[in-house]
Design a protein around this ligand. Structure first.
Ligand code: NAD
Ligand code: UGA
Length: 459
């Protein structure tokens, strides 16, 4: 089998950038990304590259280079499956919101639909690649669905989890720490390794068995999230002892066994994956009756929830125990800088807590729309949509957000926040003017010199 056509089911944050980079580096392979969401596909095909559905630095350039050449976006799912030798499944795997495992297990209905779709349509042998993050042993279910079609087609299932982080997706894909391929069939593994070998050095292409590959993805996210919860736990201790969490992080990070990355104390991690993948890990451990293992990892989530709650509690307490009727400017809504993704962003939960206390919020984010902010809040179901709309106003500029505000809460570490004219901002605010820096991006001494009452995490 020679790979001439690749199909990717799911045109999301992973499918879009990953396939764009595969297409860029494999000009002889036609890559078609398909999705049931016609609006999303239309946005990927929009001639104006500013309208792509996903904002990632560098992505628009690669799409401009490859789209219409060997990269295509389409809703014709069956046709793309039919013509491809290799099919990536890159659909969402959210936490279940119903039935057994509700709130913990991964919802695999979209994965199963893809497997059934492939089974229905395929007329020739296919390599099926799990790109989505999946519970260990999911490949067994996919295999069972595909092998029971009765049409004598050979399917080889590979696990190829994605490790890109949003905001740096393109550079992560162009220069990955490793590419992980898990599988049973040597030839299928070699075919997929070949696709990556077009730009990834061979020693970075790691081959394992299926189950190690599936479990490594959940484990990597759990370890990364654990580091954030660990430094956040220490940040609370710092606030009681006059230690400074930035100094502690630097001191421990210089130990080469610990390393300096992922030690930024914050309002808590967000994003579509850390929480869902740890919950999934906890659920799997519980399903094998591994209570201590499950409890150990669950603590990472408990700490994260505590960190979000304690940020808003500290703000309310400092503003003389009430924020009712007070304007609070929130800078940032995305779960991290350089992305328009807001899934599980800490800002949503902090806003919800502050609205419960009748604060008047004015939010500015350089990449997130009013519609998105409102739908994030409405999803929590805490109050009516009209109450959310009255309570949370979206500002078009940071200066509009901070005008007459009692306090500023920095929720996302966007670079532009660092270079604002903070003296001018101070003048526009009610006094005393408070800053609660949830990302530790401003300088305490500088802010105090301007006149702000400045509170950061772990300082
Ligand atoms: P996403 O929600 O952005 O995209 C998923 C897409 O799949 C959606 O556009 C949806 O319409 C489409 N889809 C769902 N069912 C479909 C079907 N049956 N047929 C066709 N299309 C269908 O999700 P994402 O962020 O790209 O994540 C995808 C997977 O990758 C998840 O398992 C996630 O855990 C994993 N992952 C995500 C990231 C990340 O940074 N977002 C990084 C690594 C791994
Ligand atoms: C994370 C992983 O880093 C990726 O390897 C993985 O592929 C991806 O999840 C996934 O499976 O979805 P992502 O969530 O996009 O990527 O972004 P991260 O950079 O990991 O940040 C996650 C959250 O942790 C953000 O809210 C970020 O602000 C926070 N964080 C990160 C901190 O609070 N402190 C840090 O030191 C690092």
């Amino acid at each position: 089998m020679t790979i001439k056509n690749i199909c990717c089911i799911g045109a999301g944050y992973v499918g879009g950038p990953t396939m764009a980079v595969i297409a860029k580096n494999n000009p002889n392979i036609k890559v078609t990304i398909v999705d049931i969401n016609a609006e999303r596909i239309a946005a990927w095909n929009d001639p104006d590259l500013n309208n792509l559905p996903i904002y990632e630095p560098g992505l628009a350039d690669i799409v401009a280079e490859t789209r219409g050449e060997n990269l295509f976006f389409s809703t014709a799912i069956d046709a793309a499956i039919d013509e491809s030798e290799m099919i990536f499944i890159s659909v969402n795997t959210p936490t279940k919101t119903y039935g057994k495992g509700k709130g913990m297990a991964a919802d695999l209905k979209y994965i199963e639909l893809c497997a059934r779709n492939i089974a229905d349509v395929a007329k020739t042998d296919k390599i099926v690649v799990e790109k989505s993050t999946l519970p260990v042993r999911t490949a067994e279910a996919i295999k069972s669905i595909l092998h029971n079609t009765g049409n004598a087609i050979n399917f080889h299932i590979l696990s190829n989890p994605e490790f890109l982080a949003e905001g740096t997706a393109v550079s992560d894909l162009l220069n990955p720490d490793r590419v992980l391929i898990g599988g049973e069939n040597e030839d299928a593994i070699a075919q997929l390794a070949n696709v990556y070998a077009a730009w990834v050095p061979e020693d970075k292409i790691l081959k394992t068995n299926l189950w190690s590959s599936e479990l490594s993805k959940l484990t990597a996210n759990a370890f990364l999230a654990q580091r954030v919860s660990s430094i956040n736990a220490i940040s609370e201790l710092c606030e009681h002892t006059e230690a400074n969490v930035n100094e502690v992080a630097k001191a421990i990070g210089m130990d080469s066994r610990i390393g300096p990355k992922f030690l930024n104390a914050s309002i808590g991690f967000g994003g579509s994956c850390f929480q869902k993948d740890i919950l999934n890990l906890v659920y799997i451990a519980k399903s094998y009756n591994l209570t201590e293992v499950a409890d150990y990892w669950e603590q990472v989530i408990i700490m994260n929830d505590h960190q979000k709650r304690r940020f808003s509690d500290r703000l309310i307490k400092t503003l003389y125990n009430t924020v009712s009727g007070k304007k609070i400017a929130m800078l940032g809504w995305a779960f991290k800088k350089d992305t328009n993704d807001t899934r599980e962003s800490a800002a949503i939960y902090v806003a919800d807590h502050l609205l419960n206390e009748q604060a008047e919020l004015s939010v500015y984010d350089p990449k997130v729309s009013k519609l998105k902010m409102q739908s994030d809040l409405n999803y929590l179901n805490t109050r009516s949509e009209s109450e959310n709309e009255t309570g949370l106003q979206t500002a078009h500029t940071p200066y509009e957000a901070v005008k007459e505000a009692h306090a500023i809460a920095i929720m996302t570490e966007w670079d532009e926040f660092k270079s604002y004219d903070w003296k001018a901002i101070y003048k526009e605010m009610k006094k005393p003017a408070f800053i609660f820096d949830g990302r530790n991006i401003l300088d305490k001494k500088e802010m105090n010199a301007i006149g702000f009452e400045y509170y950061a995490i772990g300082q």
